[in-house]
Design a protein around this ligand. Structure first.
Ligand SMILES: Nc1ncnc2c1ncn2[C@@H]1O[C@H](COP(=O)(O)OP(=O)(O)OP(=O)(O)O)[C@@H](O)[C@H]1O
Length: 673
């Protein structure tokens, strides 16, 4: 038995979770799951057994038993469970300034796309990305003291070429020069990739759906809707304090990586374009594996990131300073055992990659300059005030010396100190000294307190404490502190509006200004899909021998149509249910609102009545109200609570309906295609 353990201290390693696709033909004899013990045992029949090699399909005949340790196993887990366990933390950490990556790896048809987006599936089956967006905007709403900016990119790597899945958005720049991976300040980004500001959950979901519509998919024997490319949905966050005087802010990027599935051509029966795509997919996955191996090798100074677009783009997203989670999607079918072992071997390698997330805290130089300017202005003002005070005192002292003034009006230690600092002291008028220095004060004056000694005599303050420069500056600091705060408040009011369309580095660090990439995916990819699970039909679908319209439609109805119709109908039903709930709740909210208004009027009337009779108070001075008023206040409070809860639910429903509508549109579009 080969025991594959995850590397040492798991807290500083990439986290690896396994998700098992439900299968009617689950290999119970061969795969033993132990979700509690977080381990998975695979036992593959030894060579020479009853089964044919292709049935066993297992390439490595040295080993027949495998044991894998993981960070957790999802078996029969709902999408929500998966999100709560591995997705939610990435959003929370992202808001705190930590980069995160969640990546699905596995053979074709194992459920990677189902896990990441869950697109074209039913509402309750929506995947990590839509759930993460929903969570993100709820957090943003709750953190009212922070200004959080969300920007989104959606990249596709198809046949080792990068494409912008959002190039078709109305505010995208026209496709120009090809996309280029650029490294800056230790971070990686793609020059020319459109970066979209998403100010609400709806805007963010629109971007997701737009990208989903554009990505390349095709059918083969193992998956009717197989992704033919790697896609990376990236959310860039910038979190700033709403007080503009705070020049510190954090940035982060969260990647949702849906890798294309590895496939054995014998099994997928891919031909032509789909076969060529498969060869690119397998090659890039093998580069990914090489990169991961290099990352786990001690004393290795070169990691071959640049071998492929995928590894280069993910350079700062696999372990290192990034919180990385790998979901190994496995298909527990008897016929997929070899792929399951190979997925688990990759997962085990990933679990040895070091990952020590670091906070991306930055300082905004422009705010820093503003703060310093405000401080300089405050200090200048204080200096001016100080000079005026000295001038006025000098005049008073002069008038006192001249005998025009009986007393010098001294109200603070500072003024007394200033008087002693004036060169016209001591006065020539005997017996008229307003402040006589106490004995021993000279001891408390340091050598730097120039001006605190006059005529060789030491001076001090009246209450016996020394008043050197330190004492004075303490007072000054307090005053300037107060002044600065009001200045900061003024500065905070002047927040600059940010432009909606961003064509720079998503983290705001300049660059990335070249034009966008060629749009979208090849529509042939989806046309190929028609009827290809049947080899004859697949051959008919090859370029040059198109099936007749009727034949194609019949095939389509049989193979995909009915399935898509079913999904379409389910999506429609979910949407209608939600709309119904929305409309019922909306009328309930209106009724509650009317009741609140009524209750308020009633309370006003009761108050007027009470005041007319004369208010009564308890011994502690609390107002006494009668039971009727008390009950009405309680009722109003309950009404308000219920109004708030219903209103929040309404908002949630609105977003969900929007999501369902998008899914209906997508499914309908699929049907037309
Ligand atoms: N956990 C699951 N629960 C229910 N259905 C699932 C699950 N995982 C996968 N499926 C279903 O299996 C099918 C294939 O899944 P999916 O397209 O996500 O695979 P994939 O790994 O992305 O494949 P490819 O690499 O070919 O794109 C889909 O119909 C999906 O709904």
């Amino acid at each position: 038995r080969k025991q594959m353990k995850s590397g040492g201290n798991r807290s500083k390693k990439v986290k690896v979770w396994v998700r098992v696709r439900p299968s009617q033909n689950f290999a119970d004899d061969a795969i033993k799951l132990d979700p509690e013990g977080r381990s998975l045992q695979i036992s593959v029949p030894r060579p020479g057994g009853d089964q044919q090699p292709q049935q066993r399909g297992f390439a490595n005949n040295q080993r027949s038993d495998w044991s894998f340790r993981t960070d957790g196993i999802f078996s029969n887990s709902s999408q929500q469970e998966v999100y709560e366990t591995v997705g939610a933390d990435l959003i929370e950490s992202g808001l705190a300034g930590y980069n995160g990556t969640i990546m699905c790896y596995g053979q074709t048809g194992a459920g990677k796309t189902f896990t990441i987006t869950g697109a074209t599936e039913m509402f309750h089956n929506r995947g990590l990305v839509p759930r993460a967006l929903s969570h993100l905007y709820k957090e943003i709403e709750a953190k009212s003291d922070l200004a959080i900016t969300v920007r989104i990119t959606y990249l596709e790597i198809y046949n080792d070429t990068m494409l912008d899945l959002l190039a078709t958005m109305p505010d995208s720049q026209e496709a120009g020069s090809p996309l280029v991976i650029t490294e800056e300040n230790g971070g990686v980004y793609v020059k020319g990739l459109n970066v979209h500001l998403a100010q609400s959950e709806e805007e963010a979901l629109n971007l997701l759906f737009e990208g989903e519509t554009n990505r390349a998919t095709a059918a083969h024997a193992l998956n009717k809707n197989s992704s033919r490319s790697h896609t990376i949905f990236t959310v860039y966050l910038e979190t700033r304090s709403r007080f503009q005087s705070n020049s510190k802010y954090t940035t982060s990027k969260i990647n949702f990586v849906d890798l294309a599935g590895s496939e054995r051509l014998q099994k997928t029966l891919s031909t032509g374009k789909t076969q060529q795509e498969a060869s690119y997919i397998n090659k890039s996955l093998s580069f990914l594996e090489q990169t991961v191996i290099a990352l786990t090798e001690k004393n290795r100074d070169h990691v071959p990131y640049r071998q492929s677009k995928l590894t280069h783009y993910l350079k700062d997203s696999i372990g290192g300073g990034c919180k990385t989670i790998l979901i190994a999607n496995i298909w527990g079918d008897v016929r997929q055992l070899d792929e399951t072992v190979s997925t688990m071997r990759f997962a085990q390698r990933m679990s040895c990659v070091a990952s020590e997330p670091v906070e991306n805290q930055r300082t905004d130089p422009s705010i820093m300059v503003k703060v310093l300017e405000a401080e300089i202005a405050a200090l200048k003002k204080e200096l001016a005030m100080h000079n005026t005070l000295r001038f006025e005192l000098r005049q008073q002292v002069q008038r006192y010396i001249d005998g025009d003034l009986d007393d010098i009006d001294l109200t603070s230690i500072r003024q007394i100190q200033a008087v002693f600092e004036l060169n016209c002291w001591p006065p020539s008028r005997p017996g008229r000294v307003a402040a006589t220095p106490p004995e021993g004060a000279a001891r408390s004056l340091g050598p730097s307190t120039s001006g605190a000694q006059l005529g060789g005599e030491a001076v001090g303050d009246l209450d016996g404490r020394s008043f050197g420069i330190a004492a004075r500056s303490e007072v000054g600091m307090d005053e300037s502190g107060v002044f600065l705060q009001s200045k900061r408040r003024e500065a905070a009011a002047a927040t600059a509006a940010s432009s909606k369309k961003q064509r720079q580095h998503p983290l705001g660090a300049g660059g990335g200004s070249s034009s966008g990439a060629a749009a979208g995916a090849d529509s042939e990819g989806t046309l190929d899909a028609v009827g290809s699970s049947d080899p004859a039909a697949a051959a008919a679908a090859r370029p040059g021998t198109p099936p007749s319209r009727t034949q194609a439609f019949e095939e389509f109805k049989k193979e995909l149509g009915s399935e898509i119709y079913r999904i379409l109908n389910e999506n429609r039903t979910t949407m209608m249910d939600k709309k119904k709930e929305y409309s019922n709740l909306a009328s309930q909210v209106n009724t509650t609102k009317t009741e609140i208004d009524r209750s308020r009027l009633r309370l006003d009337a009761l108050k007027v009545e009470r005041e007319a009779q004369g208010n009564l108070y308890t011994d502690e001075g609390e107002l006494i109200i009668n039971e009727e008023e008390f009950v009405e206040i309680k009722k109003l409070r309950q009404l308000k609570e219920s109004y708030k809860a219903d209103f929040d639910r309404l908002k949630e429903l609105k977003t969900q309906i929007h999501y369902c509508q998008k899914m209906v549109d997508l499914t309908r579009q699929k049907l037309i295609q």
